[in-house]
Design a protein. Structure first.
Lengths: 266, 271
């Protein structure tokens, strides 16, 4: 039984990782052929860094991801604090609204915002599809992740700490920064990092909201897959995979630190 | 700390960027390009019954395969030691963080005529025509959404009390009975949320069918995409078709909530 489950697990993991292995290995292939190995090369990596289109979309992707992560973290953290203080009924309504972007099919979220921007543009001439609409869309689908990460930290927090600070004469705003924020900070950080990775990874919503002026990397990749392929995509995906892996490790280290801090307290 | 007003920016933001856009989808679905009320778009939906049905069909097959593959795996993970559990969950999660376009693109090199699959099975004299079939689309869906099935299943199974299973064994249940009477009912909430988390994105996908289906196996996502991007665009009809997807999503959520509520009574009894 034990051997059987080991083999089964190994087969599933093989299934999950074989395409990734193919991408990584063939990013070093010395030929444009996607299925035949022709010797080792680093030239696709070098080409990658000379490809204007890729570099430009990388810049857009990173700018949007950083801005979306920061803004959604501020709005989401405040939201979590507000929702935490609500009565049950109001809280459930807010959490249901928070769930909409997470359960809606991505294509529906994407086109619904696109239609709104089109509508506003037709009426007022503002919000032409481009960087700004892209950013607004990204903030929208990032916020729910932040809220869901911060909420549990608020529930775990001892709320008498805040009351004590206020009773001792601390103004509410500085009580927030001195008492509440340090307590919920691990959740805020995880939320921010999740928002960042979600934004980095998104294709469908960006595809409908970017317009032609502000393509993100996944959108560029999509347009590249339509043409005869270049192994630069493999090189690019290897680097992106490494970047995401690094981010994930950071998140995990943050969580483990948080957990061990809790352990010491108890 | 009673500071409900902190949620005000959130409320405003979600109103403007989530609720209003959904209302605008409804508005576009019921108007013509000049903004006049019409039912033409809604009536037009029936001409798209075939792609809708084939999307639901392929999505359902992919969901069932995901469930069958993920169930034993989640059980194996949940029965491991805590350290191993964490590592295995990470291993399941990591591919999800590689852009799904890139992963799907990699399947093209595996499945194509002279791809790795056929290179490997060619050694045994076998050959598969996978690329550009609906089988390849289902495979792409299973691959991309399998983790969405594993995670909810794993999280309910990890919470399962070992002693309940032992008690059932002690009281004379065989393996099958333990599964049917204990493990299956206790894992139902995970099964339900797994099904929704796989089925909704699978039905509405448009990239997987484009890359692996060769662009001739149209799914509803492909048609909606074409209505909004490119030369043949028709926002009003596209909105009407999206409305159907929204209703499908609402049905899934209602289904989840119903089963969850039924489960609560069982869970309450258990506790």
């Amino acid at each position: 039984m034990k051997t059987l489950s080991r083999i089964y697990t190994a087969l599933i993991f093989l299934f999950l990782y074989s395409p990734i292995a193919v991408l990584v290995v063939f990013s070093f292939n010395n030929s444009r052929n996607r299925v035949k190995w022709n010797g080792f090369t680093l030239k696709w990596y070098a080409d990658l860094f000379e490809n204007e289109l890729i570099l430009e979309s990388l810049k857009v992707t990173l700018t949007v991801a950083i801005l979306a992560a920061v803004i959604s973290t501020v709005i989401g953290t405040l939201a979590a604090i507000g929702i935490h203080g609500m009565n049950r009924k109001l809280r459930q309504t807010f959490l249901a609204v928070n769930n909409i972007p997470m359960v809606n099919p991505e294509i529906v979220t994407g086109i619904s915002m696109m239609l709104m921007f089109v509508f506003v543009f037709r009426m007022t001439g503002l919000l032409r599809p481009g960087f700004f609409t892209l950013l607004l869309a990204h903030i929208t689908f990032c916020i729910p992740y932040v809220v869901l990460q911060v909420m549990p930290k608020l529930r775990q927090m001892n709320r008498h700490l805040y009351e004590a600070a206020v009773d001792l004469g601390c103004p509410p705003v500085s009580a927030f920064f001195k008492v509440v924020l340090p307590e919920i900070f691990p959740g805020v950080l995880t939320g921010a990092l999740m928002a960042f990775t979600m934004s980095l990874d998104d294709f469908v919503i960006s595809y409908f909201n970017a317009g032609s002026t502000a393509q993100t990397l996944p959108v560029t990749v999509y347009s590249m897959t339509k043409k005869p392929m270049t192994p630069e995509i493999n090189a690019l995906s290897t680097l992106m995979f490494l970047a995401v892996l690094l981010l994930l490790i950071l998140v995990n280290v943050a969580q483990i630190r948080d957990a061990s801090k809790k352990g010491r307290k108890i | 700390m009673r500071s409900k007003s902190a949620a005000a920016p959130f409320g405003l933001w979600m109103l403007i960027f989530t609720i209003v856009p959904m209302a605008i989808v409804v508005y576009f679905a019921f108007t013509d390009p000049d903004g006049q009320f019409t039912l033409a778009n809604i009536l037009e939906i029936r001409n798209y019954a075939k792609p809708f049905l084939s999307s639901i069909y392929l999505g359902a097959i992919a969901t069932v395969i995901c469930l069958v593959l993920a169930y034993p795996l989640s059980f194996i993970i949940a029965r491991s030691t805590e350290r191993v559990q964490q590592t295995m969950v990470m291993i399941v999660m990591i591919p999800m963080w590689m852009n799904f376009l890139l992963r799907t693109y990699a399947w093209m090199s595996i499945l194509e005529e002279n791809g790795f699959l056929n290179q490997f099975f060619g050694l045994f004299g076998l050959h598969f025509n996978m690329i550009n079939t609906s089988g390849a689309i289902v495979l792409g869906m299973v691959y991309n959404f399998l983790p969405f099935m594993v995670l909810p299943l794993y999280s309910v199974m990890a919470k399962m009390d070992d002693r309940v299973i032992e008690a059932a064994r002690d009281l004379g249940c065989n393996h099958f009975e333990v599964f049917r009477r204990i493990i299956l009912p206790l894992s139902t909430p995970g099964i339900v949320s797994g099904i929704t988390m796989v089925f909704v994105p699978a039905v509405s996908t448009f990239v997987i069918s484009k890359l692996l289906g060769g662009g001739k196996n149209y799914m509803i996502g492909d048609i909606i995409e074409a209505m909004f991007v490119g030369s043949a665009s028709n926002y009003n009809l596209g909105a009407a078709l999206s409305l159907v997807l929204m209703i499908l999503m609402l049905l899934c959520m209602a289904f989840t909530r119903k089963v969850d509520n039924d489960e609560e009574t069982i869970g309450g009894m258990m506790a």
